[in-house]
Design a protein around this ligand. Structure first.
Ligand SMILES: [Zn+2]
Ligand SMILES: [Zn+2]
Length: 146
């Protein structure tokens, strides 16, 4: 079981389950939404996330012909996890919010066509210029775990 939470520490969750995948995304959507050069994402079953303390604000806005729901802290605004309305059973946790960072490691960089020019991707992970097939990502994740 792993805990994740916001910057002001009021909102915390725990996660226990088998993630579907973990990857680093360099798409422009992630850059805008996070204010950072890239995001590190772990894909999980939403049912495996449970609230420990605080109460979340859930923002919702249109994105790619879907509604994106973002669960964030009411006080400090930290985004903790998100899911699409069309697939509510699958959530993306932003991995920087985990209190423990040792138990997962990304298996690929995706959307590298929009990675920032000063970033050197030389960690040996597979790089995909755009969105790879979901099966390709999960296969990489499983082979890392094997
Ligand atoms: Zn907070
Ligand atoms: Zn992205």
């Amino acid at each position: 079981m792993y805990e994740f939470g916001c910057h002001c520490k009021q909102l915390t969750y725990c996660y226990s389950g088998q993630p579907e995948c973990c990857y680093i995304c360099h798409c422009t959507d992630c850059q805008r939404a996070s204010g950072a050069a890239f995001t590190s994402n772990i894909i999980v079953d939403t049912a495996d996330i449970s609230l420990v303390s605080g109460s979340a604000a859930e923002l919702c806005y249109s994105h790619n012909n879907d509604q994106l729901h973002v669960c964030c802290c009411q006080s400090c605004g930290t985004d903790l996890y998100l899911y699409f309305e069309s697939r509510p059973a699958t959530a993306t946790i932003l991995t920087g919010t985990f209190f423990q960072q040792h138990w997962f490691s990304p298996i690929a960089h995706i959307w590298t066509q929009s990675s920032v020019p000063w970033l050197k991707l030389d960690d040996g992970l597979p790089c995909f210029e755009k969105q790879p097939a979901w099966e390709d990502l999960t296969a990489l994740w499983k082979s890392q775990k094997a």
